[in-house]
Design a protein around this ligand. Structure first.
Ligand SMILES: Nc1nc2c(ncn2[C@@H]2O[C@H](COP(=O)(O)OP(=O)(O)OP(=O)(O)O)[C@@H](O)[C@H]2O)c(=O)[nH]1
Ligand SMILES: [Mg+2]
Length: 344
């Protein structure tokens, strides 16, 4: 899953990138950094299996450069490309005074501008599509959905506000519409604003619009925190009055917006967590592990980690009849432990 960190020049994107993906080295142009999603279930499995390897689910962050002007029409093609390749967009909104800007921060203007820009880029694509289909006299669900989307965008509304069911959404897959991607409005506050009680509403996680989450951090402080050794972090967190780094909050927000669950696999080789779209079935889950497992899927043996811990071993679990045999259509639940049986 790719998380695109974007926004206007000097809004603190690279600073936020360093806070969210510590250890990644920002570069000129587009930088990539990944983080492991902390998951105590992987640790609990590892305590039972003593595997050679433990692997956590990962989020990949993309720091999109901002060496472009501001205003509608300002997104550089390279920036747009990086945004299209993202599953989730993070709009870093400047909330601090900076020597690089001659205007004070204006979050509302930046949020509106960003929306307008995404809406116009999407509209251009969908209008071209409509024109082509009109010429070809093509009809169908895809045409209807396209029409609804154009109407929505023409009113200046991002596509994520549109109520689309799975089938309707599928007609839009593959075109990477920016305003359809889930969005985090990340207000990047100054140290002073962050400590000010008046900015509490900005700091709290809220949902101002469908598939949109707003949250506030002080990027500079969080980046400083992320650069500390794990032993030194608790002291700084306590000093800031925080229970956890913004990174952890962000991971939960991202999982929620992307509608992800994790399933687990285990054995003496590896214990691992795999992100999966909520509602996906066992066969598609198998495909996350390897395409052979999806193609040759026979069944999945599924159990709950709590049951394994209570029983002490898979053998004991089997005797208790707590290992279920599920077919390809079984909807995988968060925290399910899966063994896929397959033949190719
Ligand atoms: N006071 C304050 N300054 C910040 C904060 N975040 C970033 N800055 C400063 O703002 C300036 C720009 O930060 P960057 O992280 O480089 O911003 P950017 O969006 O990556 O910039 P471009 O990639 O050039 O568009 C730097 O001088 C940062 O130190 C913050 O939370 N508080
Ligand atoms: Mg930058």
């Amino acid at each position: 899953m790719n998380v695109g960190i974007c926004g206007y020049p000097g809004s603190g994107k690279t600073t936020v990138f360093s806070a969210l993906a510590p250890g990644a080295r920002p570069q000129k142009g587009v930088s990539l950094g990944s983080i492991k999603v902390p998951d105590d279930r992987v640790d609990r499995l590892a305590a039972l299996f003593h595997p050679r390897k433990t692997t956590y689910a990962e989020l990949v962050f993309v720091d999109v450069p901002g060496e472009v002007g501001r205003g509608v029409g300002a997104f550089h093609p390279q920036v747009v490309q990086a945004m299209r390749n993202s599953d989730l967009l993070v709009h870093v909104v400047r909330g601090f005074e900076s020597p690089y800007h001659d205007t004070p921060p204006d979050p509302d203007r930046d949020v509106a501008l960003f929306d307008d820009e995404s809406v116009l880029l999407d509209l251009a694509i969908l209008e071209k599509r409509a024109e082509r289909w009109h010429k070809e006299a093509h009809k169908g669900l895809d045409v209807d959905v396209n029409e609804r989307c154009v109407a929505c965008l023409s009113e200046g509304r991002p596509l994520r506000t549109l109520d689309l069911d799975e089938g309707e959404r599928a007609t839009l897959s593959g075109i990477q519409l920016l305003s359809l991607k889930p969005l985090v409005l990340l207000h990047n506050l100054s140290e002073a604003a962050w400590e000010n009680a008046a900015s509490a509403p900005l700091r709290a996680v809220s949902r101002p619009a469908p598939r949109t989450v707003q949250m506030g951090i002080c990027g500079a402080l969080e980046a400083e925190l992320a650069a500390l050794s794990p032993e030194d972090q608790p002291e700084m967190l306590a000093g800031l009055g925080l229970a956890e780094p913004a990174r952890n909050v962000f991971i939960r927000v991202a999982y929620d917006l992307l509608d992800l669950v994790s399933f687990l696999t285990c054995g003496e080789d590896e214990c691992r967590a795999w992100p999966l779209r909520r509602g996906w079935n066992a066969r598609r889950a198998a495909g996350r592990i390897h395409s052979d497992l999806e193609r040759g899927f026979i069944r999945a043996e599924v159990y709950r980690l709590e049951d394994l811990e209570a029983a002490g071993s898979e053998a004991a679990l089997r005797v208790q009849g707590k290992i279920r045999v599920e077919g390809k259509d079984y909807v995988v639940q968060d925290g399910d432990v899966l063994h896929v049986r397959f033949a190719v």
